[in-house]
Design a protein. Structure first.
Length: 76
């Protein structure tokens, strides 16, 4: 059985983004979600990133918990 770490670092890797602590903090500082916007609707994602987020949420994939965590961080 394979086990994967589903944390912000691994999510950023999965999205093809720099996953250093500084880069994640900078991304969260520089981006935010509008009140009625879902994380997958945000205009700062590339199409493949948007598709991954949307599919992960729709399929209730293992990534959902950390995607929800990022969603919450982008609303502060």
């Amino acid at each position: 059985m394979e086990t994967f770490s589903h944390d912000l670092h691994s999510l950023f890797n999965q999205l093809g983004m720099n996953s250093s602590k500084e880069s994640i903090e900078g991304f969260i500082r520089d981006h935010n979600l509008k009140q009625d916007e879902t994380i997958a609707q945000a205009d700062f994602w590339q199409p493949a990133q948007r598709r991954f987020l949307k599919e992960s949420i729709a399929e209730d994939a293992d990534w959902c918990e950390v995607i929800d965590q990022l969603d919450a961080l982008l609303r502060k």
